[in-house]
Design a protein around this ligand. Structure first.
Ligand SMILES: [Fe+2]
Length: 287
C-alpha cells in the first residue's frame, strides 16, 4: 500500500472518533481538517517545486498531514485552540502521533530502498516526521547538528511543514477578514483592537529582519505585521515565496493595513517584504 495513503487512512479514522453519531465533525474541528488538507497540498507543491526525491516528498507530506493531530483532542478537552490556555498543540500532536503508532506500522518495503538506507531506514523517516510535528510552531527550527542525510531529512521536513502551514494561515486570515465585520467582531480576531497603532517594537524588529516575539502583539495591525514578517524572513523555500507572490498575500496585507492605520511605515515594511519575496533578491544574496 502507498505509505501516504496508509497514513491518511489512519488519520481519517482517528478524526472520525470526534464525529457525532450522524458523522458530523464539530465546525471548529472541520476547519482544522480543511486546514490540514491545504497544508498537505502546499507541502506537495513545495516538494514538486524544490524537486524533492521520493522519500523526501513522502516525509514532508506525512509531516504536513500529522502536524496538527492534537488540535481535535485539544478542543475536546479544553474547548480552545489557544495554547497558552491549554497545551502546546505541537507537543500534544507529537505525543498523540507517537502513541497511535501509525509511523512505526509503516511497511519498510513500500519505500525506495536506496534512499531509505541513506537515512538509517524507517527510523530516520519516523524521526524526521516526528521532529517536524514537534517543531512546527517554534520560533526557530533548532540548528542542524550535522550534515548527514538523516539530519538533512529532518530539517527538510520541518521547513516544508512550517512554510506550508504559514501559506495556509495566510489563506485562513484573508477568508476571515473577507467574511467578517472586522471592525465590530473583535472575538474573531483574538479580541485585538483594530484601532490601535502598530507597536514600535514589532516595526523595528521587522525593519532589522529579526524574528518577532509574539507576546508583543497588542493590536490587529501587529498581528498582520507578524505575517508580513514571515514574508521577510520566515519562508524557507523559494517555491514557498513564489506561491506567496502568486497568491497575492502581501498586497492583501498592504491594503488591509492601510485600512487599519495611516502609520507611514506600512509601505516601508511591505516594500522590504516585497523585496525579500522576489526571486531576484534571493538569487543576489545566494550568489
Ligand atoms: Fe499547528
Amino acid at each position: 500500500m502507498d505509505p501516504l495513503y496508509f497514513l491518511e487512512q489512519n488519520y481519517n479514522q482517528y478524526v472520525a472518533t470526534f464525529r457525532s453519531p450522524g458523522g458530523k465533525l464539530p465546525e471548529m474541528m472541520a476547519l482544522k481538517l480543511h486546514h490540514t488538507e491545504e497544508v498537505v497540498r502546499n507541502a506537495a507543491l513545495i516538494a514538486e517545486g524544490e524537486r524533492f526525491g521520493a522519500l523526501e516528498s513522502f516525509t514532508a507530506k506525512a509531516a504536513a498531514l500529522l502536524h496538527d493531530t492534537g488540535r481535535y483532542e485539544q478542543l475536546k478537552r479544553y474547548a480552545t485552540f489557544r495554547d497558552s490556555d491549554s497545551v502546546d498543540h505541537a507537543v500534544f500532536s507529537y505525543d498523540i502521533v507517537r502513541s497511535e503508532g501509525w509511523l512505526s506500522s509503516l511497511d519498510e518495503a513500500s519505500f525506495p530502498q536506496e534512499e531509505l538506507s541513506c537515512v538509517g531506514g524507517l527510523d530516520g523517516v519516523i524521526e524526521a516526521v516526528e521532529s517536524a510535528v514537534l517543531w512546527h510552531n517554534r520560533r526557530e527550527v533548532p540548528p542542524q547538528k550535522d550534515a548527514s542525510e538523516r539530519t538533512s531529512l529532518i530539517h527538510l521536513a520541518a521547513h516544508t511543514v512550517r512554510d506550508a502551514d504559514k501559506l495556509d494561515i495566510f489563506r485562513v486570515l484573508e477568508e476571515r477578514i473577507k467574511s467578517t465585520d472586522w471592525r465590530k467582531e473583535r472575538t474573531a480576531f483574538w479580541n485585538l483592537s483594530p484601532d490601535e497603532k502598530p507597536s514600535a517594537e514589532i516595526i523595528s524588529a521587522l525593519k532589522n529582519g529579526d524574528s518577532v516575539d509574539y507576546n508583543s502583539i497588542r493590536s490587529l495591525s501587529d498581528f498582520i505585521l507578524i505575517q508580513v514578517g514571515w514574508m521577510i524572513c520566515g519562508l524557507h523555500f523559494e517555491t514557498s515565496r513564489k506561491l506567496c507572490r502568486e497568491r497575492g498575500h502581501l498586497s492583501f496585507r498592504r491594503s488591509f493595513l492601510k485600512e487599519l492605520t495611516d502609520c507611514p511605515v506600512i509601505d516601508e515594511v511591505c516594500d522590504i517584504a516585497e523585496k525579500s519575496l522576489s526571486a531576484a533578491f534571493v538569487q543576489s544574496i545566494s550568489s
